[in-house]
Ligand binder design. Structure first.
Ligand SMILES: Nc1nc2c(ncn2[C@@H]2O[C@H](COP(=O)(O)OP(=O)(O)O)[C@@H](O)[C@H]2O)c(=O)[nH]1
Ligand SMILES: [Mg+2]
Length: 193
């Protein structure tokens, strides 16, 4: 899919600011720094549309990126940001939960984990949120460029066993550096739009 005119639309701090177009939302979730904003930029071939650094002061905003009025990429705050207090982390968790459980427009969750590490406790918690929400989900093992090409597929399988033992959620490798996994991900996203 080629997006002609991707646009940042709004940083929402609450439901009254969520867009009202009613088009599908493809939502990025994952721990802080896993590559959610980079994912959006990579998919649309823009370097800086989505801001790609953790800004602790902006952790309670949900960023909506309008893709040619066809769908939104929604960049959720990352969890597990180490410089945040426990209380702040809990607030972020509630904020994410509120959006995931109430927003009717969500068509697909793109759940990013780091290919180099076992899923964290927070990743597992997020997995259970997603399962209980009943929403479709694509798991991406990101930063695949950080391990040898020959190990990518086996590592993805191992991670899937750890996070999704039933093996019912599609789990693919991804890398914003090594741009060879985009097509598979676009196919998956298009299906849900
Ligand atoms: N090597 C590598 N680095 C990545 C990849 N994706 C993101 N990064 C880097 O990881 C850092 C955090 O990325 P960002 O997109 O801001 O993560 P976010 O907090 O989840 O939105 C940045 O320095 C990115 O350049 C990837 O696929 N491979
Ligand atoms: Mg980000």
């Amino acid at each position: 899919m080629f997006i002609k005119n991707p646009k940042f639309e709004i940083s929402a701090v609450g439901p009254n600011q969520y867009p009202t177009l009613g088009i599908p939302e493809i939502v990025l979730v994952g721990k802080s720094n896993v590559g959610k904003s980079s994912f959006i930029n990579t998919m649309i071939h823009r370097k800086k549309l989505a801001r790609t650094s953790s800004e602790p002061g902006k952790t309670r905003q949900i960023n909506f990126y309008n893709m040619d009025n066809l769908f939104y990429f929604v960049d959720l705050p990352g969890y597990g940001y180490s410089k945040m207090s426990k209380k702040e982390q809990e607030q972020v968790g509630k904020f994410i939960e509120q959006y995931l459980f109430s927003r009717k427009e969500i068509s697909l969750i793109v759940f990013l984990i780091d290919i180099r590490h076992e899923p964290t406790q927070n990743d597992k918690l997020m997995y259970h949120y997603i399962i209980s929400s009943g929403l479709p989900c694509l798991i991406l093992a990101n930063k695949a460029d950080k391990i040898a090409k020959t190990k990518v597929l086996d590592t993805v399988k191992t991670l899937q066993k750890q996070l999704n033992p039933l093996g019912d959620l599609t789990t693919l490798p991804f890398s914003s550096e090594r741009k060879i996994y985009e097509d598979d991900v676009w196919k998956f996203i298009e299906h849900y739009i």
